[in-house]
Write a protein that binds this ligand. Structure first.
Ligand code: ADP
Ligand code: MG
Length: 273
């Protein structure tokens, strides 16, 4: 199976990475894909939002998995992977992962520990989505080194320019030095308030600045209290408010992501001919 590995990254917190990881993941599962979500944030927000309120009580989390790779120990395939009712699998994270980040600093092949772990699982999934922590530290670099695609959620309320520059320069560095396959899928405008023109202005600004290099998803995720509620309920927006605008947004995003994939496959096939 040609597994698509998508990192959801932005070093700014609160922009909607975790929400997007969960709902795009479940959207893909509903489209018939075999999906694994990786919680790459020691805060464990993705783990919590998928119905595991106490990540530190879990017997096996991402830091254990990466620890085995670091120590060159075998991993039982699938160990610690949780199953969510809505059809996705999850490798959870807890606060121990922040210790892992420290151990990585002096490790051999420190940038590719997550990639090596995912290599043990790849055959079983069509899509692996990685929820990144809000920093450009070693864990995020590991996610970028393992991924072939990145989605960058940006909150439409702030001018994101400066942070975006840093992220993009990290991405090109990882691409040059570790992972030439890495491609930016696009910038996703999050929490768009349709009552104001601000999101439109930001979208226009982003297009002016980066439009030649980076796609801005046609789908925008609207701001909604219903979206805020879901993390406490352990389910997706599709289960919580299926007819709402946010569910519609994530359905459209899922389609866009799958379409991008098809286009790339086609152009690869074209090159091969
Ligand atoms: P990050 O992972 O980037 O820190 P989160 O996905 O945790 O961001 O989202 C930050 C906060 O915004 C959370 O409280 C979440 O529930 C809320 N949120 C996410 N999407 C929406 C939305 N479409 N409308 C309103 N609030 C949202
Ligand atoms: Mg998060």
């Amino acid at each position: 199976m040609n597994t698509q590995i998508i990192a959801i990254a932005n070093q700014k917190g609160g922009v909607g990475k975790t929400t997007t990881c969960a709902n795009l993941g479940i959207g893909l599962a509903q489209a018939g894909k075999k999906v694994l979500l990786i919680d790459g944030d020691p805060q464990g927000s993705l783990t919590i939002s998928l119905g595991n309120p106490q990540p530190d009580k879990l017997p096996f989390t991402l830091s254990d998995a990466m620890g085995h790779i670091l120590m060159d120990e075998p991993i039982h395939s699938g160990e610690g992977i949780l199953h969510h009712l809505e059809g996705v699998d999850l490798m959870p994270a807890d606060i121990q992962l922040s210790g892992m980040e420290v151990s990585l600093v002096n490790a051999m092949s420190r940038e590719t520990i997550l990639r090596q772990y995912l290599d043990t699982l790849k055959g079983q999934y069509s899509h692996i989505l990685i929820d990144c922590q809000p920093s450009l530290g070693m864990l995020t670099v590991n996610a970028l080194a393992a991924a072939n695609r990145i989605i960058i959620p940006v909150q439409a309320e702030y001018l994101p320019a400066k942070g975006l520059e840093q992220l993009l320069s990290t991405v090109s560095k990882v691409k040059r030095q570790i992972n030439p396959k890495l491609q930016i899928d696009g910038i996703l405008l999050m929490m768009v308030d349709n009552r104001t023109n601000f999101a439109k202005e930001i979208a226009a600004l982003l297009r002016d600045t980066y439009g030649s290099k980076i796609k801005i998803f046609g789908t925008e995720i609207p701001r909604s209290v219903r979206a805020k509620e879901i993390s406490a309920e352990g389910k997706s927006i599709f289960a919580h408010d299926p007819g709402g605008k946010v569910a519609e947004g994530y359905r459209n995003l899922t389609k866009e992501v799958l379409k991008l994939e098809k286009q790339r496959e086609k152009s690869r096939a074209g090159i091969g001919r």
